[in-house]
Design a protein around this ligand. Sequence first.
Ligand code: PBG
Length: 330
Amino acid sequence: MAFPQTRMRRLRATAGLRGLVRETDLRAGQLVLPLFVGESTPAQPSRQPIATMPGVERLSVAAAVEEAAEAAALGIAAVMLFGVPAEKDEHGSGAWDEDGVVQLATHAIKQALPELLVIGDVCLCEYTTHGHCGVLRADGAVDNDATLELLGRTAVSQARAGADLVAPSDMMDGRVAAIREELDGEGFSETPILAYSAKFASAFYGPFREAADSAPAFGDRRGYQMDPANGREAVREALLDVREGADMVMVKPALAYGDLIREIKRATRLPVAAYNVSGEYAMVKAAAAAGYLDERAAVLEILTSLRRAGADTIVTYHAKDAARWLAEQS
Ligand code: PBG
């Protein structure tokens, strides 16, 4: 039946009716807050603003615990930790250092807040002098197979520090299987892997690279991250990660990739996370600061639409604000 018998507006007339038929929910418990943890020295304040990401700071370990406590109090599910080490080297050895910033922060957060989940980002780019996500061959290309062992070590060191999940974001082939094997061999068979399966070579990571000081010193990441034009390939990547033992898969960035959130969810049947990345955050913050849009309404619309696309979990720098707004609504 069509108009005039069918009137779509009938169920939109009041807040009660709209609530009755709302298809998608958004809860703080679905959100993950990324944190940047740096070495604290007497010269470095414990919270340093990041110019390209208003409202986000580089934190000392102690400040990261404070931030995590705030997240936990707001009902946020997890924090995801990125390290900004004082010193870097060719191989990124800070990534698997037992006393590395992420390991120390993980330990401190788990001690203070045992219920809050801690997710370790497994990658080398924040720890290498050249800023690439793996070790380099003589010709300057990233050596896939030589990197796998280092990623495995990094994941184990994070699990040992108490990480509840590990999330490889490097895009090397075979890393999920390599990490699974290392974890199992070291007694961490219960630690889930959240694989950044479909991670694109995106312009939207710009602000993050300033925050984490991880911009590549030469070249770009197109030799290992995906071409934004490719959707079928993204599904293949996700299916390969499933075969290698991924427990959850991620699509990143989020806003321009809703089609793939949906397709990958359908193809893998795994829980899917979407990473609402730094550039997506920065756009909203800049537009809001200029008075071009209503930040609260825009953020809740964005996060709800990622859930509608099929994301079970959303990694977002808006997590604390969103959790606060959601609490006010209910
Ligand atoms: C790499 C990594 C990046 C992000 C998360 N993990 C940057 C990159 O690949 O260059 C980006 C996240 C964001 O932009 O918010 N370890």
